[in-house]
Design a protein around this ligand. Sequence first.
Ligand code: IVH
Length: 709
Amino acid sequence: MSDRAASAQVARRGRAGALSVPGSMMTFMTENSALLSPAAYAEAVTTALAASAAYYGDGTTPLGDDEYDGLLRAIAAYEETHPDEVLAESPTGKVAGGAVQGDVPHSVPMLSLDNVFDADELAEWAAGLERRLGHPVAGWCVEPKLDGLAVAARYRGGRLVQVLTRGDGLAGEDITHAADAVLGLPPVLTRPIDVELRGEVLLTTAQFEEANRIRLAHEATPFAHPRSGAAGTLRAKDRPYRVELTFFAYSAIGLDDLGHVALLEDLAALGANTAASTAAAPMRCETVEQVQERIDVIAGLRADLPFGIDGVVVKADTAEDQRQAGNGSRAPRWAVARKLAAEHKVTRLLEVEWNVGRTGIIAPRAVLEPVVIDGVTVTYATLHNPSDITRRGLMIGDQVFVYRAGDVIPRVEAPLVDQRTGAESPIVFPEACPRCGDAIDTSEQRWRCVRGRSCQAVASVIYAAGRDQLDIEGLGGTRAIQLVEAGLVQDVADLFTLTREQLLGLERMGETSAANLLAAIETARGAALSRVFCALGVRGTGRTMSRRIAAHFGSMAAIRAADADTLAGVDGIGTEKARVIAAELVELAPLLDRLQAQQVGTQVTEPQKPATEATGGDGAEDAAGGPLAGQAVVVTGSMTGPLAALSRNEMNELIERAGGKASSSVSKRTTLLVAGEKAGSKRTKAEELGVRIIDPEVFADLVADLLPA
Ligand code: IVH
């Protein structure tokens, strides 16, 4: 995690823009902030000290790393322009932001690191070091910046005798009691020497998950993130459970004056764990370009590493260069941390949605105030299950810690209880299944609709029978539930095997209703390919996408034969969506086989679009000769006359049958707007763009031959 002792050099990163008075710490969160008054400066210092004390205390923190770094930059920038106003307690230039002290003196001060935030700053720092040395650096070592807590482990005659935290850099706290639980910190070294190993103690991802599992079982609040878990665990003395941690050695007092790479090898030979055991192993580089390359490699590995890193450390490798460069009071001059964007961010929990999965599991999902984490905007995050929400004590409106790394699904980890304003409200748990309305089985941690998988069956049958899919009249919610419960229907294909006798066996089903339903199902057997495809409910495909896919491939067989690459050729399908659809088609293969056996979606092949059209077809014969050939058509307002009965989807189908391209928004590519009653902004926009506008009656004339009888 961020080293909370900001270096004075960050003042160079002075930012434009004003910091508002910090009624809440969140006001510091903007990157481009400047402190405008002595009062704002003093308050910022107080905020930083409180955050730093919490961070180095029990590991809690009201600020994310990036926000804390931004705050420190603002303080340092203010101090540079107002040197007479610098407060004695200011965190700038102090190890641990001056927040913590210990009572056991360190043999040699435990220093922090200066930070750089991009390649240019790193190059500038390296050039500065070489100027100071008066010669090029004789090789670099590049290694991960482990996101934990610095400790010093003292060995006498090869036996571990004392473990200390960094404290204020001059004296630390004795945490020897925690040593047993720290993997990679051997009680006995392979050589009987007096030495002090220094390194980082952290919770690996697996240890963090295990720690929270144990804590939840003991009804303790889960750790917000691995670093706070490591901090809390190192200090804790009387816990009724054990949480394992991991040590990574990166320096030593009392070993020969080795270069850094050689030192790391010796540390490993002594039996200590080092980053050499990981994919992001320390590497010697000869040039700054190679250093940058290695940084990029480590940054790329970050998401897959089994522990957290918050940067990459670059060190002059040789003992001679290190000695010559020397140390400042806070940090060595021969090493620097190239910070990586934080993976934890603080944002607001706006809402909780409850989604029902395929197996009937009802999973909560957090809707967040959008927050950028490592370049990706995060709006949703997983919340695991209802009891997890309760244990974490989350409320709507809370500031929460959100974690995201690489491709992992972002998750909400903990609320910042100190930040509550009183305006937060409890999270309301659903009392009935949000999908089918039936009861919820709450006996397990993960709530589930009592219908289990058939909740999905009811919902998917209702969807498939809907007006824009197979349009099976008489097959609404109640009937669908009845059919599923009677064991007659599990999915859409089963509808086509229903018999009159089966239907008559159902309650409230007379001869007429049964005959009508069977007739409606029979009609659906000949539904257009786009509708049959839509009825499958393939993820990522709604009505519009289903029409495009049907028009592109022309037959269900062609759709099924398509791989992700081919699917990506359809207008509006990107590589990710193509992958999802291809996977869904594989999963749906048995259902599709049964539909085919029932001759559903097989009789009608759809005309394909030529490649020149936006649907990206592959050039087969099409409806290009239709009355709307070459037109990009948008429909707005309510339809009247012969079109009054058509849903928007049916209007769009009509447009495509007539050779046009249907779209939902007006743009400069639009060539025709069908504007019905109460047409609003789309009409205005079309007028502005000079798009031709016609009313529904004129349109009906244009496509008269294609209108349903
Ligand atoms: S070298 C004199 N190497 O980052 C050398 N520190 O932000 C000072 N850290 O206090 C430290 N990984 O707690 C070094 N590979 C690494 C590191 C590392 C993590 C921590 C350490 C340090 C802090 C500075």
